[in-house]
Design a protein around this ligand. Structure first.
Ligand code: PMP
Length: 454
């Protein structure tokens, strides 16, 4: 026990001296989890929350770059609640705006001026957002994009890429996790696997799946299947597996192919939006998708997503040829949260800092791994990046991620957690505007210790 929990609560408050009381333990969370399991399926409200270390945990509060659990453990947080907290926890301007606007009501089943202000703002900063609608989460905004693409092109299928994630609804619940590269089948015609039971039989036929970042293969496939393809959907940076940046010319080539064959190009900017730059990946890479989806960071943890696109595509919603609806859409608190988040992002312009700190942390982790003689691959643009224990020098697609030692990653993430550093279980790190240079230094210091022990 003592050896496993070599870390102490004092890690983040170095003035305290060691004692048994200072060990990171999870007793209260464990008791609450037992209680929760009696009424919440699996004790949680989203599947991914089960896979915390050492089990689902219960939190009391968060402030800036720190989050605290019921056992009094303090964490330097690089999960940012799976991405949304671009400004860190409990940003005062966001909380105040939500509180202030909530005083005027929650939801009107009608319009209010602030949603127009938000749409105008998004229209001004995101190149491809000529017209938009607000929804609640990334999953439903993705489905709205498919519906528009099908209606406009008159075609049925979409093309997606192995290892990318576009939500948990039926037709995107395929090809997310395979047991091995062999199970994935050939690169030209990969097998797909359901991620869950209960999917409609036909939902596995709605799409064609391919490895990412292979323009030649993409070209051959689109040339063969363009007559049935309504859309290609892609994460512009493949954040959900390996944090892989697009190969030179890949996104441009994809854009050209979609234009040539009358296929909608959908950018799933649920992670890259408001994170890679204020204008998202489309602005960062200067590529113009037909439709794009934003969620997570736009509203600092409040349930707001956006389906946005060029007027000629979004017009189908305008003309009610495509129905998009939702009782809870554009509630006062969510719109207030998004307006406040964008105000802070515009005022502080933290993007340079996100890259500098991200790159400093990545380099620090590389050096720490070299010192500990570990094959740790660290890759990503900076505001988000991924780590994996692999001999490869670069991961270029989902298939490469099978070279990673998942058990070792699990040990590293668990040990870092016991040292007060919270990272997403699959190796993804997010930097927020609330992280300071000393946070980056602290994470590197802890990684140096941990990498020598695993
Ligand atoms: N697209 C991407 C790229 C995502 O990472 C996610 C969530 N992780 C989604 C879509 C689904 O978003 P939500 O969880 O808000 O439904």
């Amino acid at each position: 026990m003592i050896l496993r929990h070599q870390s102490f609560k004092t890690n983040l408050r170095s003035s305290k001296s060691w004692s048994f009381m200072d060990l990171y333990t999870y007793k209260k969370s464990s008791e609450l989890l037992d209680r929760a399991r009696k009424v919440l399926a699996g004790g949680v409200s989203s599947e991914f929350r089960k896979y915390n270390h050492p089990h689902a945990l219960f939190y009391t509060h968060g402030k800036g770059s720190r989050v605290y659990d019921v056992d009094g453990n303090e964490y330097l947080d690089f999960t940012l609640s799976q991405g949304p907290l671009i400004l860190g926890h409990s940003h005062p301007h966001v909380l105040q705006s939500v509180q202030q606007y909530s005083q005027t009501g929650q939801l009107f089943a009608g319009q209010h001026i602030r949603e127009v202000e938000l749409a105008e703002k998004i229209n001004a900063i995101i190149p491809g957002a000529e017209l938009m609608r607000f929804c609640l989460d990334g999953s439903e905004a993705v489905q709205t994009a498919f519906r528009i693409a099908r209606a406009k092109t008159g075609k049925q299928k979409f093309l997606r890429f192995e290892g990318q994630y576009h939500g948990w609804l039926d037709n995107v619940c395929w090809g997310i996790a395979a047991k091995s590269t062999e199970a994935l089948g050939s690169r030209e015609e990969p097998n797909v696997f359901p991620w869950t039971e209960g999917l409609p039989a036909g939902s596995g036929n709605e799409f064609i799946v391919l490895p990412w970042n292979d323009l030649e293969l993409l070209k051959q496939t689109i040339e063969k299947h363009h007559h049935e393809l309504a859309a290609v959907i892609t994460e512009p940076v493949m954040c959900n597996s390996g944090c892989i940046e697009p190969a030179d010319g890949f996104l441009n080539g994809l854009r050209e192919l979609c234009t040539k064959f009358g296929i909608a190009l959908i950018f799933d900017e649920v992670i890259t939006g408001f994170r890679l730059s204020l204008g998202g990946a489309q602005s960062y890479y200067n590529i113009s998708p037909d439709l794009s989806v934003f969620a997570k960071a736009i509203a600092s943890g409040y349930p707001l997503s956006v389906i946005a696109g060029k007027r000629e595509w979004m017009k189908l919603i305008e003309d009610a040829r495509v129905i998009h609806a939702g009782t809870m859409n554009s509630s006062n608190p969510t719109i207030a949260a998004a307006l406040a988040t964008i105000e802070v992002l515009e005022k502080e312009n933290p993007y340079k800092r996100l890259f500098i700190y991200g790159n400093k942390l990545m380099e620090g982790l590389r050096q720490a791994a070299a010192e500990a003689n570990q094959n740790l691959l660290v890759q990503g643009p900076g505001p988000m990046f991924n780590i994996g224990f692999t001999p490869l020098k670069r991961i270029k697609d989902y298939r490469d991620t099978f070279t990673c030692d998942k058990a070792k990653l699990g040990k590293f993430i668990g040990a870092m957690h016991d040292h007060g550093i919270r990272i997403i279980g699959r190796g993804l790190w997010y930097i927020s505007a609330a992280h300071r240079e000393e946070d980056i230094d602290l994470a590197i210091e802890k990684a140096k210790t941990v990498l020598k022990t695993i």
